[in-house]
Design a protein around this ligand. Structure first.
Ligand SMILES: Cc1cc2nc3c(=O)[nH]c(=O)nc-3n(C[C@H](O)[C@H](O)[C@H](O)COP(=O)(O)OP(=O)(O)OC[C@H]3O[C@@H](n4cnc5c(N)ncnc54)[C@H](O)[C@@H]3O)c2cc1C
Length: 441
């Protein structure tokens, strides 16, 4: 999105391909998972955001391969399979997905939080657990229904644990008759020795203290050995739980495989200082799926890096087309890190500034509002936050199961790997996508 916006005045056809129709503000996903915000408050249709950008066409499609020699990507959509889309310049910004560190069997029992569907699925699970406990006459079963385990004490795990603790203590407190929601056990597990490992030690310690004051059990120094339908095993001890949430590892998108270029150990594409792929000055990889060192350290997978890199790549291409000299290498400007821990409390680390508490939380709220994609979302989220802060009530406490009928269901992804353009999947079309009346084939 940042790259597309940087190209808004470029005399070129800009094509933005995404497999979803919306731009998502991931830092607030945990608030959807814990019922504070509704999905529509943190996502906006890409078409809507770019509606005034006349040189840009939005294509809803999943990219599955790149032919870097012949300059096309391969994309599939609901009724078109493996359509080649030509490019002169390519920016890949396909982000990350969950990684279960080689234990893919955990995924069934411990969903991760990466997109809106994940957030709604987790919200369903959490709310369902309280409903099941309320209906369960056998009180011995309440304990595992009301135990929530979060695996991974990075920003997502810490923010989720804090939000869940506040939810049981305020929003749900007086809604049930047979169970006491405040008896819910929230366990945050991490193999590291402190929470928020990317922050300074005193900030980590402040976050941990705050979590414990909210009633969260913080279990550090041991990863989970096993996750199954009965809960988790940590350091030989079983913690019985019907709701386990994966807030740990991430792995990059398969962009490195599509390009068949060098990647780092995590699988991110190693890019040059101008974010181009070695040997291919027309291909750029940015954001979570790129690997770049700055001052001897790899850049973190955070939104600021992704946005600054997207803007840089867009401007670089604009300059090249306009015949301007090449810009200086990309340099990340780190504005700092923040994480919220429950109501009215955040930790903030920005250069020499390190603080925690209400002031940090107000700064967090202002910055996150500013980064939402549209003004209407800023207003709606602000009103919801004020309402929740004052009343404890949450905006979106719905259990929603979307049962798509067989006819409604979109065709499955056709997989990845280099493919021959025009190769059809039965029942799908392979005509090209058209932009401004011109075929993209
Ligand atoms: C729960 C959570 C909380 C976070 N909190 C913070 C935070 O507080 N602060 C912070 O700085 N960062 C945070 N991050 C990280 C931040 O969101 C990412 O670093 C940032 O979004 C990376 O941007 P990106 O453009 O590289 O990838 P993404 O934002 O993931 O965007 C990738 C896009 O590519 C699309 N896509 C992927 N594969 C394909 C394909 N094959 N074909 C077509 N489209 C495709 C996706 O649909 C998506 O729209 C958080 C991340 C998560 C998951």
């Amino acid at each position: 999105m940042a790259a597309a916006k940087a190209l808004r005045r470029t005399p070129a056809d800009v094509i933005l391909i995404d497999r979803t129709n919306h731009h998502l503000f991931q830092p607030l996903l945990y608030q959807v998972a814990t019922s504070e915000l509704a999905p529509g408050q943190i996502g906006s249709p890409i078409r809507g955001i770019l509606r005034n950008q006349k040189n840009t066409t939005v294509v809803l499609g999943e990219v599955t391969a790149v032919n870097k020699e012949q300059h096309y990507v391969v994309a599939s959509s609901a009724d078109r399979a493996e359509v080649p889309i030509r490019y002169d310049y390519l920016i890949l910004a396909t982000g990350q997905r969950h990684s279960y560190f080689g234990h893919d069997e955990f995924e069934r029992f411990a969903p991760g939080l990466k997109n809106l569907a994940d957030a709604v699925a987790i919200r369903n699970r959490i709310l369902q657990a309280f409903e099941q406990a309320e209906a369960e006459e056998d009180t011995s079963r309440h304990r595992d229904l009301l135990t929530f385990v979060l695996v991974g004490a990075g920003p997502t795990g810490v923010e989720m644990a804090g939000a869940l603790a506040v939810m049981v203590q305020t929003t749900l407190r007086s809604d049930f008759r047979r169970i006491n929601p405040q008896s819910a056990r929230i366990v945050l597990v991490d193999m590291a020795n402190r929470v928020l490992g990317a922050f300074a030690e005193d900030i980590s310690a402040a976050a941990k203290r705050r979590l414990e004051r909210l009633g969260v059990e913080v279990r550090l120094g041991h990863g989970v050995d096993k996750i199954d339908e009965d809960g988790v095993i940590v350091a030989g001890e079983r913690i019985a739980s019907k709701t386990v949430i994966w807030t740990a590892g991430v792995a990059p998108s398969p962009a490195g495989k599509w390009l068949a270029v060098e990647t780092d150990r995590a699988g991110r594409v190693k890019v040059q200082p101008n974010l181009a792929v070695p040997g291919h000055p027309e291909i750029f990889v940015v954001g979570d799926t790129a690997s770049l060192q700055q001052d001897g350290k790899p850049l973190p997978g955070v939104a600021q890096v992704a946005m600054q890199q997207g803007r840089y790549a867009g401007k670089l291409i604009h300059g090249r087309i306009a015949g301007k000299p090449a810009p200086r290498p990309f340099r990340y400007f780190d504005k700092g890190n923040m994480a919220v821990v429950g109501k009215g409390f955040a930790v903030l680390q920005s250069g020499p500034i390190r603080t925690s508490g209400l002031v940090a939380w107000l700064a967090w709220a202002a910055i996150h509002l500013e980064f939402l994609a549209q003004s209407s979302l800023r207003v709606s989220v602000f009103v919801q936050w004020v309402w929740t802060y004052l009343t404890g009530q949450r905006g979106s406490r719905l259990i929603v199961n979307h049962h798509a009928s067989a006819n409604d269901r979109a065709p499955q992804s056709v997989g990845s790997g280099t493919r021959t353009p025009g190769h059809a999947v039965a029942g799908q079309r392979t005509e090209s996508f058209a932009v401004n009346g011109k075929s993209l084939k």
